[in-house]
Structure formats: C-alpha cells, structure tokens
Design a protein around this ligand. Structure first.
Ligand SMILES: Cc1cc2nc3c(=O)[nH]c(=O)nc-3n(C[C@H](O)[C@H](O)[C@H](O)COP(=O)(O)O)c2cc1C
Length: 186
C-alpha cells in the first residue's frame, strides 16, 4: 500500500518557532507507512472574497491543492491570545470557500506548543470548532499540549523531553489509524 501523505502546517511564521520545530520532529516519529511534506502559509494574502472571486492567487491555489491532495493534515498551532494565530486562521479560510472546499472530509490531527504551562489548551478547542464546521474530521484523542515548551525543545529544534516524544508518537500512531478509518468510510 502506498504511504499515507500527510501535509504538515505550522501556525507560526517565525524562524525559530517551537511549533515548526516539533512538526519537523514528527516526520521522524511517524509510524512506517506515512510521509510528511510541509505547506507554507506565509505567502498567502489576507483572505478577501473579492480576490477569491476574481481568480485564486497562486499561493492560495497551491495551498488548496496541497490540502485537497493530502490523506491527512497535521496542524501544529501556537496559542495567540487564547486562540489561533491570524496566519493559521487565514490559511484555513483560504481553504474553506466553495466550490470544492479543501477541508471537506479531511482527517486532521492537531497539537499545540506554547511558552505557557497549559501548552495551548484553549486554542485547540477553537481549532476543533472551526475545522468541525468545515466537515474536517479532527482526531479526538490523544490530545497533545506541549507546555513550557522552551524546556522541552533545544535551540537546534530537537525535542529533548522524552514524555513529549512519547505523546507525539502516540498522536501519530492514532492519526494513522484515523486516516485509514476515514478512507474505509469513503
Ligand atoms: C501575539 C501573541 C499572543 C500569545 N498568547 C499566548 C496565549 O494566549 N497563551 C500562551 O500559552 N502563550 C501565548 N503566547 C506565547 C507563545 O506561546 C510563544 O510565543 C510560543 O513560542 C509561540 O509559538 P512558536 O514558538 O511556535 O512561535 C503568545 C505569543 C504571541 C506572540
């Protein structure tokens, strides 16, 4: 069977982002039979329905095609003021407009990493709410919140905390089963 194609999206645009670093580590922790590529969202213009209607800008066309083609989408999200980064919400919005909205029936897994002790506990429920109403299927459990992230990821972007590596591994194993289950249902 061909590898499941996972599209990784980080909601943080900064170079030294912990979320982006952990998302890259996920490629190493994935079970056999999954591969990951990464979407860029930093070149998406701010969503505007007039622009959408006039013809999709190239970055939006690319992003929508990547989400549509993926067997599953893994989102690494920072928490900004108890919710999503504007960049991530903007990307979701670009994928969300009909016809052929990109999130329809898409298996999605999420994790969040933040400097605070709760690891983005609040943002995950906003993400679930938004993606759920787009008919994406967000893996319910395990939930992975990487709190106090600076103590768990070193400056080279390696996840040094063993418990965090285990949580991520469990998430990815669960995600593979979730994607396979959704494919059977189709
Ligand atoms: C605009 C802004 C708002 C933030 N709000 C929160 C917050 O609500 N909860 C939290 O735990 N951390 C918050 N933080 C701190 C982030 O968790 C921290 O900057 C984290 O490193 C961001 O993720 P990144 O490293 O992937 O960029 C905020 C940071 C920024 C820049």
């Amino acid at each position: 069977m061909a590898d499941l194609k996972v599209l990784g999206i980080s909601g943080s645009l900064r170079k030294a982002s912990y979320n982006t670093a952990i998302l890259k580590v996920c490629a190493e922790l994935m079970p056999a039979g999954m591969t990951m590529t990464y979407a860029r969202i930093d070149d998406l213009p701010l969503f505007n329905q007039d622009v959408f209607d006039a013809g999709l800008p190239e970055p939006a066309k690319r992003f929508r095609a990547e989400v549509t083609a993926a067997d599953g989408v893994l989102i690494a999200s920072p928490e900004y003021n108890f919710s999503l980064s504007a960049a991530l919400k903007n990307a979701i919005d670009w994928g969300s407009r009909p016809p052929n909205q990109s999130w329809q029936d898409k298996p999605v897994a999420i994790f969040s990493a933040s400097g605070g002790p709760m690891g983005g506990a609040r943002v995950q429920y906003d993400l679930r709410r938004i993606l759920g109403q787009l008919w994406a299927h967000v893996l319910p459990r395990p939930e992975v919140f990487v709190g106090s992230v600076a103590s768990k990821v070193d400056p080279q972007g390696r996840v040094t905390d063993e418990a965090t590596r285990k949580f991520l591994t469990d998430l990815l194993v669960g995600f593979k089963v979730w994607i396979e289950r959704m494919q059977v249902k189709k």
